[in-house]
Design a protein around this ligand. Structure first.
Ligand code: NAD
Ligand code: ZN
Ligand code: ZN
Length: 344
């Protein structure tokens, strides 16, 4: 079968012929119907040999939707033919975090060498993929696989991040979304659906600011040296109750620090190497700074409920598996508006 693989350090992703996998005991074989391309894949393909903790080549794709094609011995809970979304942050399933569905914070995954599909295990950018356990599958019914695949990360990650701050997003408050890309354009919609906050989006691209407005941002502003002052002006000098940074680079974490209010939250989701000093006098009083990772299994079900209710408008650019290397070139160059989705 065809698979899009990252073959070795420094290489571009390539379409490769690999054996079709067979499901072992408890595993599930999916015929992939859609796989999203995340900016974290670009980050992964920029890592040095000692930063990569799993073997290459790696089949990419940690946002997957597929149809159950076969069940391994003893696998129960789904039927052949079911359309399912893959919960990506696989954990051990039994530690106290996994027991609460928070497999994204599994206490044993690192030590036991458990990796998500596409981030260590063979991922969804292939004709077929193996899912290790039916607990990592959520049936999606008649949802469109192409617009649903991004929800498994570009939806789940902002949803989890926003949930942490919901009590602060009362009427009259402001939430800032930095980076209106794959994750950010879903974050704007989730903020509108889940909170009463005024939503201000920042980006460096006019096309993405336009996308931000079209999916519900009240304001969309250039992410530049004046951005923090403009946010202060828009908030009567108070600052934003919550700043969600989907870039996480030095210029954006600096904007976050300058635009947050007292008792505000700065949530750094992007992995762009930015950081913030914490200590008395460096940030407004009682600011909370955190860097969450992905989300829990039940939160994926919650995001999918929003999709079933029809409140999400996921912008996708669709590519075939043969065109997938091109999708990553465009993503690298900032030329994907919304999410690139590979539909084999
Ligand atoms: P994307 O490429 O789709 O979107 C990034 C957006 O940021 C683009 O619209 C781009 O124009 C904009 N941007 C770039 N520089 C900017 C700046 N200085 N100010 C404002 N906007 C700027 O990327 P994505 O797939 O949405 O991922 C976003 C980030 O989140 C990446 O760093 C990714 O690795 C990370 N990520 C983290 C998690 C997690 O669990 N923490 C999960 C998924 C993705
Ligand atoms: Zn991702
Ligand atoms: Zn665990």
């Amino acid at each position: 079968m065809k698979a899009l693989q990252y073959p070795h350090i420094g290489a571009a992703p390539v379409l490769t012929d690999v054996p079709e996998p067979q499901p072992g005991p408890g595993e599930v074989l999916l015929k992939v119907t859609a796989a999203g391309a995340c900016h974290s894949d670009i980050a992964l393909m920029s890592m040095t040999a000692d930063q990569i903790v799993f073997p290459l080549p790696l089949t990419l794709g940690h946002e997957g939707v597929g149809t159950v094609a076969a069940l391994g011995e003893g696998a129960t809970g789904v039927q052949v033919g079911d359309s399912v979304a893959v919960y990506g942050p696989w954990g051990c399933g039994v530690c106290r975090n996994c027991a609460q569905g928070k497999e994204n914070y599994c206490l044993r995954a690192t030590r036991e060498g458990i990796f998500p599909p596409g981030l260590g295990m063979p991922g969804a950018m292939a004709e077929y993929m193996i899912v290790d356990d039916t607990r990592h599958l959520v049936p999606i019914g008649n949802l469109d696989p192409v617009t649903t695949a991004p929800l498994t990360d570009a939806g789940l990650t902002p949803y989890h991040a926003i949930k942490l701050s919901v009590p602060k997003l009362v009427a009259g408050s402001t939430a800032v979304v930095i980076g209106s890309g794959g994750l950010g354009h879903v974050a704007i919609q989730l903020l509108r659906a889940m909170t009463a906050a005024h939503v201000v989006a920042l980006d460096v691209s006019e096309e993405k600011l336009e996308l931000a407005r079209s999916v519900g941002a009240h304001e969309a502003l250039p992410s530049d040296a004046k951005a923090a002052d403009r946010i202060r002006d828009l908030t009567r000098g108070e600052g934003a109750a919550v700043v969600l940074d989907f870039v996480g680079a030095p210029p954006t974490t600096a904007i976050a620090g300058k635009s947050v209010s007292v008792e505000g939250d700065i949530t750094i989701v992007g992995i762009g190497g930015g950081s913030l000093p914490v200590g008395f006098g460096t940030l407004p009083y009682e600011t909370t700074v955190c860097s969450p990772y992905w989300g829990s299994r039940v939160e994926l079900e919650e995001v999918l409920q929003f999709a079933h209710q029809g409140v999400l408008d996921i912008h996708v650019q669709r590519f075939s598996l043969d065109e997938a290397p091109r999708a990553y070139e465009l993503l690298h160059d900032g030329r994907i508006n919304g999410r690139a989705v590979i539909a084999p």
